[in-house]
Ligand binder design. Structure first.
Ligand SMILES: Cc1cc2nc3c(=O)[nH]c(=O)nc-3n(C[C@H](O)[C@H](O)[C@H](O)COP(=O)(O)O)c2cc1C
Ligand SMILES: Nc1ncnc2c1ncn2[C@@H]1O[C@H](COP(=O)(O)OP(=O)(O)OP(=O)(O)O)[C@@H](O)[C@H]1O
Length: 286
């Protein structure tokens, strides 16, 4: 998959092949997002054209965040998004720089300056996709804004019960430790990267992992059932794990396995919260 960065201060890439273009932030690439991409892929396949996705970086929520609010914690890094989009069969990922100047683009200007020139012959997004200054553009306006130069497919809401599956819902569930529900919404387990740090005493049967959040959310401190993978996705251990934050504010995980190097941690299930007499050192050394 090709990744193309676009900065609105620079000319846009030229000679763009005809494509079906899916639009949105896609943080976490949850099952609702996957449906948008699946629909776009079907259309691309039946028309023998490329599948492209446009995402925004940083996220509009991060840029437009009110000063007194915490920045949004992400569900995935840009690298992880690139990898997963590639696995889903996306041929080209446009990464549109989103800043306060870009946010001021009128809806019609965004479509004419970017969507049409990027070769979109069909645009796919969810029912609630918005674009343009103050989010005035939507799926009912996008075709007219493009002077009918492309077709449009709107994907209906993918829900859990009556609730829309959204990145916001997933972030909230993660912060409550409900990693099982998070997995339901993502269609796969939540994953973070970690690196073994040299904290465990010699001959102990545990390892300490430094969790590299890269700005992504973590579940709260407590005991979890996790799977630890080597970089190549080879599963090495399913183990109980204890997540805690050290005095420097860094998240660490203690696992019941003696390993080294860089790993991926898949969060399977929350077992319990931090218990009175199960402090990290007792767990680690016991
Ligand atoms: C050109 C452009 C300008 C935008 N301006 C605003 C804005 O002024 N205020 C706002 O809340 N969102 C703005 N957005 C963000 C959209 O409302 C929306 O979050 C974004 O297009 C991603 O869609 P999604 O949230 O459905 O993934 C803008 C988006 C685009 C493409
Ligand atoms: N549950 C869903 N069902 C169908 N389409 C969806 C769903 N969630 C998002 N989409 C669509 O996927 C694209 C990316 O959406 P976006 O990144 O805004 O997702 P979101 O989960 O609603 O995020 P947030 O909670 O941060 O608003 C948009 O086209 C959006 O309309």
């Amino acid at each position: 998959m090709e990744a193309v960065f676009i900065d609105h201060r620079q000319p846009i890439p030229t000679n763009n092949e005809a494509c079906v273009l899916a639009l949105g932030v896609f943080d976490g690439v949850h099952v609702g997002h996957q449906e948008v991409i699946r629909v776009a892929k079907e259309i691309a396949k039946s028309n023998h054209i490329k599948l492209a996705v446009m995402t925004f970086e940083p996220y509009p929520n991060e840029v437009l965040q009110k000063k007194n609010k915490n920045p949004t914690c992400r569900l995935m890094s840009l690298d992880a998004k690139r990898n997963f989009m590639s696995e889903l069969g996306v041929d080209r990922l446009y990464i549109m720089k989103f800043d306060l100047d870009f946010a001021k683009f009128a809806d019609v200007d965004f479509v004419q300056k970017y969507i049409v020139p990027l070769g979109a012959v069909h645009v796919v997004a969810g029912f609630d996709f918005r674009y343009g200054y103050r989010g005035t553009g939507h799926m009912g306006t996008i075709q007219a804004h493009g002077m009918n130069k492309f077709g449009v497919t709107t994907v209906e809401q993918v829900s859990h019960g009556c609730e829309k599956i959204s990145s916001t819902l997933i972030r909230e569930s993660l912060l409550q430790g409900d990693v099982e529900f998070v997995a339901t919404c993502l269609g796969r387990f939540y994953e973070t990267e970690g690196r073994v740090v040299n904290l465990s005493p010699p001959h102990s049967s545990v390892s300490f992992l430094d969790i590299l959040t890269s700005g992504c959310s973590l579940p709260p401190e407590g005991f979890y059932d996790v799977c630890v993978y080597l970089d190549e996705k080879e599963k090495i251990h399913r183990t109980p794990a204890y997540l805690f934050v050290n005095e420097q504010g860094e998240p660490l995980v203690v696992i019941h396995a003696r390993i080294r190097g860089k790993v991926k941690v898949r969060w399977i299930r929350r077992m319990s919260e931090v218990r009175e007499n199960s402090r990290k050192n007792q767990y680690a050394l016991g």
